[in-house]
Design a protein around this ligand. Structure first.
Ligand SMILES: Cc1cc2nc3c(=O)[nH]c(=O)nc-3n(C[C@H](O)[C@H](O)[C@H](O)COP(=O)(O)OP(=O)(O)OC[C@H]3O[C@@H](n4cnc5c(N)ncnc54)[C@H](O)[C@@H]3O)c2cc1C
Length: 292
């Protein structure tokens, strides 16, 4: 059933479908003239920077398939599924997230001010491509459920980022998380203490086994104008090794080499790399020290 309201926003027509299929059909019909909108907070900042407002906006806010969150048992073990429309405020406030996903709550808390978090969604943060939650999701090995045709597909977030799946007209339906264990950290370094875009955002996780060897290592960087990604060469460097001063020195150099940070109006790529390297070296040493 085509059940949708429309409203005019400056020069845009806003479609408000209630079903996924209709939202996808509208996007296919209008192509590059149409854009999905969830909370609209990232789009708003883009328009303020003079990016063109599309002719059509397809609001996702009434699609129930994108709402809610739950923990359930799947083939891969216990899984937490977070609907794309879940707001950043819900993630910070709801005890479900605070107890099950404290790293995500910490990442959401680092984003913007309460008024923005009340509207901004987790789906928009990821689909926008540079959101501060992405490095946290990468170290949690998040999978993304998305739809572009008739069936919902699931892929690792990492692959979705590499393949540009969330920018090709697909709708992000949910973020799916399996238990990964290990210790985790999240750090956002901004221009000022709060409510500013990130200079660099860093997240990591690892386990130290009974032989004091590091395993299950995941390191991810992003934030601001940096393309979020894992630092796989750095992860390999640490894997199976006992942390030493020499290894930490090698790790520092390896981060400087692997992290393809981007320069912006305020900071050079080298400065961002140095911040990331310092944070990761510090956190790895802290983990090893705690377990040693
Ligand atoms: C003052 C201010 C400060 C901010 N500070 C930060 C910050 O510190 N860190 C940060 O990460 N962000 C920040 N933001 C940006 C923004 O608030 C967040 O990234 C937010 O999570 C975006 O969610 P949204 O629902 O508002 O996305 P929208 O603006 O609605 O959409 C963003 C993009 O994602 C697409 N999209 C949205 N949902 C879906 C979906 N389900 N499927 C497919 N595509 C989708 C849209 O088409 C659009 O391209 C800030 C914004 C403001 C206004």
């Amino acid at each position: 059933m085509v059940s949708q309201g429309t409203a005019k926003m400056e020069s845009s027509i806003v479609w408000i479908p209630e079903e996924l299929e209709i939202a996808l059909n509208l996007k296919q019909q209008f192509g590059a003239d149409a854009e999905f909108v969830a909370g609209g907070t990232l789009l708003q900042t883009n328009w303020e920077k003079d990016q063109p407002i599309p002719l059509y906006l397809i609001s996702l806010e009434r699609i129930t398939a994108l709402q809610g969150f739950k923990k359930e048992t799947s083939e891969g073990g216990p899984m937490i599924q977070i609907g794309a429309l879940t707001t950043l405020a819900e993630i910070i406030q709801n005890p479900f997230f605070l107890s099950n996903l404290p790293l995500l709550a910490e990442a959401a808390r680092s984003i913007a001010a309460p008024a923005v978090r009340n509207r901004g969604t987790i789906g928009g943060n990821i689909a926008g491509g540079t959101g501060d939650t992405i490095p946290a999701f990468l170290v949690m090995d998040a999978h993304i459920s998305f739809v572009n045709g008739t069936e919902i597909q699931q892929k690792p977030l990492e692959d979705c980022l590499k393949e540009g799946i969330l920018q090709d007209g697909s709708i992000l339906v949910s973020i799916d998380l399996f238990e990964t264990g290990g210790q985790k950290f999240f750090k956002k370094v901004g221009r000022r203490e709060a409510f500013t875009p990130s200079v660099v955002t860093i997240a990591g996780s690892c386990r130290v086994n009974s032989n004091k060897e590091m395993e299950a290592i995941r390191l991810a960087v992003g934030g601001g104008s940096n393309q979020p990604c894992r630092l796989e060469a750095c992860e390999k460097l640490l894997h199976g090794n006992i942390l030493s001063k020499e290894l930490l020195e090698k790790l520092f150099l390896s981060i400087m080499e692997e992290f393809a940070a981007s320069s912006d109006d305020f900071y050079t790529a080298d400065y961002k790399k140095t911040i990331a390297a310092n944070v990761i070296v510090y956190e790895m040493a802290r983990f090893a020290g705690q377990m040693g």
